[in-house]
Write a protein that binds this ligand. Structure first.
Ligand code: FAD
Length: 406
């Protein structure tokens, strides 16, 4: 008989886990609180380590059809437009890592995962908010908001940064008690897309560009074969009031915040009609990600600032490793399940914690913090990028060259 897995959350991490487990012969049910599935209009950078997972799940052909391949990863001065860093991506990255570096619309990736999961028989329930669970050594019993109950061999909490599954685990003695709710990082991000044909041809370079400025930065890249331009504009703020994940942003405020920047930036922002605003939250790394028959993945256990573009990539890696570790485990055998979950945590927790820290570190770099030392750091990156480009690329090898599917 197929072993049953239930997943809270149909984000990128939850859907990837659903597909990974279903492909390994599990019966999978996903409970999603929203009434509609679909990701907000914005882009995602998919680095080679994330692409390895999508390739192993058989999605590479579909992904390539809707992606954009950037030529370089660049850091540029917010006013002069000069380059602090220019590292080749495109064919060079693909040869180096045996997988491409791509840009994808979130809605496209979400739809690909959803279709593949549905095709293989994953049962996805909308309007289904998980509110509680109880568990013993052999099974977990969940309760949804409408009172429905269900049971399974494993519950995966893929329910994002405000994870209800984590909050409930924390009511149990000794489960990460010292780690509190997510805290506002003092940064907000406007996100959105602009149709490329609204701008002068070739205004925006076909790169993954970070415009670096005092207290702010802006990321731009193409999506959907070049039809859309994605932007993420980050500004430091003292407070964040909204709890919502999808707050409509004020395009005029965005334009004012970046006025006086390089004309490529201001012309792009001039054409923005609609934007959403996110408060960026973080949390200290947890010490534990599982308890008996309940386990966490993605933002539920390691939310991170988007400044390495790795949050979704880490959720994909988690999902794949979790399914791999449990696929050859007898789910009736409590000890073996615990060993598999321990192996999952041992592989994933140090890596995700490191990427969380790298992402935090980039906040200072991108916002020209640290006075003279900050300037020295940017100048050193500039010199190394010109004199020793392979050294700069090799710094990212442990991140991009990592292959969880092996
Ligand atoms: P989520 O996407 O948050 O999904 C959680 C799901 O669970 C949601 O659908 C939610 O409705 C549901 N849910 C919540 N509670 C319940 C419940 N109780 N019951 C049922 N369902 C529930 N990452 C990259 O890899 N590359 C990038 O370029 C990149 N850029 C980013 C730019 C910005 C500005 C931001 C903010 C993030 C970026 N990220 C990027 C990070 C990435 O978006 C997240 O890390 C990733 O989406 C997390 O996926 P997840 O599935 O863990 O959580």
């Amino acid at each position: 008989m197929k072993q049953k897995i239930v997943i809270a959350g149909a984000g990128i991490g939850g859907l990837c886990a659903a597909l990974s487990f279903a492909q390994r012969g599990f019966s999978v049910q996903v409970f999603e609180q929203s009434s509609q599935l679909g990701e907000v209009g914005a882009g995602l950078q998919m680095s080679p380590n994330a692409m390895k997972v999508l390739e192993a799940l058989g999605l590479s052909e579909q992904v390539n059809k809707v992606a954009f391949v950037p030529q370089n990863a660049v850091l540029r001065h917010y006013q002069k437009g000069s380059y602090f860093l220019k590292a080749e991506l495109g064919k060079v990255a693909e040869q180096r890592y045996q997988s491409p570096y791509l840009h994808l619309h979130r809605a496209d990736l979400h739809a690909l995962l959803l279709d593949a999961a549905t095709d293989i028989g994953v049962d996805i329930r909308l309007n289904s908010r998980l509110i509680s669970f109880t568990q013993d050594d052999h099974q977990v019993r969940i309760t949804l908001e409408d009172g429905t109950t269900d049971s399974a061999s494993l519950l995966i909490g893929a329910d994002g940064i405000r994870s209800n599954v984590l909050a409930q685990l924390q009511t149990v003695d000794d489960f990460n008690h010292d780690v509190n709710a997510p805290v506002f990082t003092g940064q907000v991000a406007w996100r959105g897309v602009v149709p490329t044909d609204k701008l002068p041809p070739h205004l925006i370079k076909p790169d993954a560009t970070v415009w670096v400025g005092p207290g702010r930065h802006l990321v731009t890249y193409y999506l959907r074969g070049g039809k859309l331009i994605n932007f993420v504009a980050v500004e430091e703020r003292k407070e964040w009031a909204s709890e919502s994940w999808n707050t409509q942003g004020d395009a005029e405020h965005l334009k004012r915040a970046f006025s006086g920047w390089h004309p490529e930036v201001t012309q792009l922002l001039e054409s923005v009609e609609e934007t959403f605003l996110w408060g960026l939250f973080g949390r200290e790394p947890l010490a534990k990600w599982h308890l008996k028959r309940v386990v966490l993945l993605g933002d539920a256990c390691h939310p991170m600032l988007p400044f390495m573009a790795q949050g979704a990539a880490m959720a994909l890696e988690d999902a794949y490793v979790l399914a791999k570790e449990l696929s050859s485990t007898n789910m009736q055998d409590q000890q073996r399940v615990q060993h598999a979950l321990k192996r999952y945590t041992l592989v994933r927790l140090p890596r995700a914690s490191k990427v969380q820290a790298m992402s935090r570190d980039n906040a200072d770099l991108y916002h020209m913090k640290g006075g003279a030392l900050g300037r020295i750091r940017l100048n050193m990156i500039n010199m190394a990028s010109k004199a020793l480009p392979s050294l700069v690329s090799s710094k990212l090898d442990p991140l991009y060259g990592y292959d969880v599917t092996k």
